[in-house]
Each structure stands twice: as structure tokens, then as C-alpha cells.
Design a protein around this ligand. Structure first.
Ligand code: NAD
Ligand code: UDP
Length: 319
């Protein structure tokens, strides 16, 4: 039985990856320090013989006894609200955490895939974003703690690949949504859905003309799985190229939820990228991958999920 270590396993993406690797017949070691994650995302896996959970901060020395075949490094705060609240932890998990996991990969001769992000392109001057674009990131802006940690992650991963021959993969993930996102993590999908369900007005930041391209979780997991199993070692974009403005997106959520909430406008956070759309021609060519779930279909599923939360969870305010 192949063994995989998944960091950030109690988070949104990590927990869905645990499900997928269990389904594929792997032994899964799930690691998380629960700083933004929640054990309830993986507790259904606890009774399984081929699943174990390790409560551990990956910025501290990581020790895995025995053999290990794969590592998926997904530990990191991912929502702007989270990483602005815990900026040093964000920098540490992208730098020290990645260094530790590359060390484990080297020692175990395991293949490692690291979770990078469209944020490496910053506020992009090239549209849509191709992997060859080097980005427009402010190192000292508030979002720099996340963006630069991920850029460092990519650099050290390529260095371990080139210098130590470690078998590495880098995925650049574009805005992904689905069940198990924290309702109050500040990201736009849970934010709008939560507001609609609580009967509050939807808060659009800026004039809402900024764009994003939203990928459904199942498509994202499929892309990541294919990349891990491929022999491609350069960074690759995985996301849905169907772009929308945030204002149109708010209108779409109001229509979907059948609520008659209004849109209210709040100031645009500093360095909030004005446009974002992945060029996925590389993923299509190398991995034979493209998203299958339309936004309308995906949003309907995730709305069902948020609707199923308890009234207490729905009202919980973190910020
Ligand atoms: P999330 O906050 O739901 O999950 C992150 C998990 O990492 C949490 O469970 C958290 O407790 C854990 N974690 C953080 N620091 C840790 C540490 N030092 N040691 C151990 N565990 C730690 O976020 P997510 O959306 O699931 O994102 C997962 C990964 O994917 C992140 O690396 C993120 O940068 C990347 N990513 C996500 C998106 C997206 O749209 N969801 C986009 C781009 C990149
Ligand atoms: N956004 C918004 N209202 C909210 C939350 C987010 O208008 O309540 C905007 C945010 O300014 C950004 C877009 O939605 O332009 C996506 O934000 P998110 O935090 O989901 O992801 P990211 O900015 O990292 O792409």
C-alpha cells in the first residue's frame, strides 16, 4: 500500500485530498496544527485502518517513521483574512514548513507536490495568466506575507529538485470553492453564501469590477491528482478559466439563493488583484485536464452544503 503524507489535512483542500487518496487505496498520514482547519473535516476517516492523524506544526521538525511514497504540502493559511491575522505563521509555513517537508522528501526519496497559488502573479499585468508570467507582487504590502512565502516555496522546491534531485511538483491553484470552507473565513464564496443565508446584505469590496475565476473542488482535486502522477516538474496552473466580476458574482449568488438581499459596497483591500484568470493550456496539454463542473452547478452544490449547517454555525462570527 502506497503511503502519502498530506499537510494541512484538516483544512478545506487538504481534507478533500485525504478523501481522494483514501478512495485510491493509499495509506494516508494527515498532518495539521489546526490553526485554520477543523478536525470535523476529516473525522469520518478516523475509523479507517489506512488513515492516521498527526497534530503537528510543520514549521517544527517533521519526523515520519518508515517508508513514504508521496507528500502533498498544503499547510498554510489561505484566506486573506487569515493570513493578515497571522502573517508570521504564514511566512513560516511557506518557508520553514516547505524546507522541512523537502527534507523529508529527500530522506525518504518521496515525491513531493507543493501547493502554490495564483497569488504568485500578484496583481497581474498579463491576462490571462500563463505559467511563464513572472508576476507583479509587492513584497512589502499586506498580502506580501502570503504571496512571497509561496514564491519562496516555489524557489526552494526547484532548488531541491535541481540540486538534490528531489522529485517535485508545483501546482498553482486558482480560487477554489466547495464544501468544508469555513463560513467565516472571509473568502468571497462563503462570505456571500453566509450573508445570503443570514439575510444580510452582500458586501462587495471596491466597485466590484475586479475579476476572479472560480474552480469547483472536485475539478481541483482531479487536477492535483493528475499532476502528482505525471512526470512534469515545472509549475502548472489548475483553475477554472471562466472569469466573472465580483459584482456579477454577487448578483449570481442572490439569484441562486432566491433571497432579495441588496449589495452594499465596502472599500477595496490594499493590493487586491484587479483581474485573475488562469491560462490552462499547459494543464490541458500535459495532464489532459480541464474543469468539468460549471459555476452554476458547483455553486448549487456548495449552497446545499452551507444550507445544511446548524443555525449556531451559521451565526458564528470570527471577525
Ligand atoms: P485552509 O485554511 O482551509 O487549510 C489550510 C490548513 O493548513 C488548515 O487546516 C491549517 O490548520 C493548516 N496549517 C496551517 N499552518 C500549519 C502549520 N504550520 N502546520 C500544520 N498545519 C498547518 O485553506 P485551503 O483553502 O484548504 O488551502 C490549502 C492550501 O492550498 C494552502 O497551502 C493554500 O495556500 C493553497 N491554495 C488554496 C487556494 C484556494 O482557493 N482554496 C488557492 C490557492 C492556493
Ligand atoms: N470580496 C468581496 N466581498 C467579500 C469578500 C471578498 O467583494 O465579502 C472580494 C475580494 O475583495 C476579492 C474577491 O472578492 O476581490 C475574492 O476574494 P477572496 O478573498 O475570496 O480571494 P482572493 O482575493 O485571494 O482571490
Amino acid at each position: 500500500m502506497k503511503k502519502v503524507l498530506i499537510t494541512g489535512a484538516a483544512g478545506f483542500l487538504g481534507s478533500h485530498l485525504c478523501d481522494r487518496f483514501i478512495k485510491e487505496g493509499f495509506y494516508v498520514i494527515a498532518m495539521d496544527n489546526l490553526i485554520t482547519g477543523d478536525l470535523k473535516n476529516i473525522e469520518h476517516l478516523f475509523p479507517l485502518k489506512n488513515f492516521e492523524f498527526q497534530h503537528h506544526d510543520v514549521t517544527k521538525f517533521v519526523h515520519i517513521p518508515g517508508e513514504l511514497d508521496y507528500i502533498l504540502h498544503f499547510a498554510s493559511p489561505a484566506s486573506p483574512i487569515d493570513y493578515l491575522k497571522i502573517p508570521i505563521e504564514t511566512l513560516k509555513v511557506g518557508s520553514l514548513g516547505t524546507l522541512n517537508l523537502l527534507g523529508v522528501a529527500k530522506e525518504k526519496k518521496a515525491r513531493i507536490l507543493v501547493a502554490s497559488t495564483s497569488e504568485v502573479y500578484g496583481d497581474p499585468l498579463v491576462h490571462p495568466q500563463k505559467e511563464t508570467y513572472n508576476g507583479n507582487v509587492s513584497p512589502i504590502g499586506p498580502r506580501g506575507v502570503y504571496d512571497e512565502a509561496k514564491r519562496f516555496m516555489e524557489s526552494i522546491t526547484m532548488a531541491y529538485h535541481r540540486f538534490h534531485g528531489v522529485d517535485t511538483r508545483i501546482v498553482r491553484i486558482f480560487n477554489t470553492y466547495g464544501s468544508r470552507m469555513r463560513l467565516n473565513d472571509g473568502r468571497v464564496v462563503p462570505a456571500f453564501m453566509g450573508q445570503a443565508l443570514r439575510g444580510e446584505d452582500l458586501t462587495v469590496f471596491g466597485d466590484g469590477s475586479q475579476t476572479r475565476s472560480f474552480c469547483y473542488i472536485d475539478d481541483q482535486v482531479e487536477g492535483i491528482y493528475r499532476l502528482l502522477m505525471s512526470d512534469y516538474t515545472e509549475p502548472i496552473n489548475i483553475g477554472n478559466p471562466h472569469e466573472t466580476t465580483i459584482k456579477e458574482f454577487a448578483e449570481e449568488i442572490i439569484k441562486l439563493t432566491g433571497t432579495d438581499q441588496k449589495i452594499i459596497y465596502k472599500s477595496l483591500p490594499q493590493d487586491d488583484p484587479l483581474q485573475r484568470e488562469p491560462d490552462i493550456s499547459l494543464a490541458k496539454k500535459i495532464l489532459g485536464w480541464e474543469p468539468k463542473v460549471s459555476r452554476a452547478e458547483g455553486l448549487k452544490k456548495v449552497y446545499e452544503y452551507f444550507k445544511s449547517l446548524s443555525p449556531e454555525e451559521l451565526q458564528k462570527k470570527e471577525h
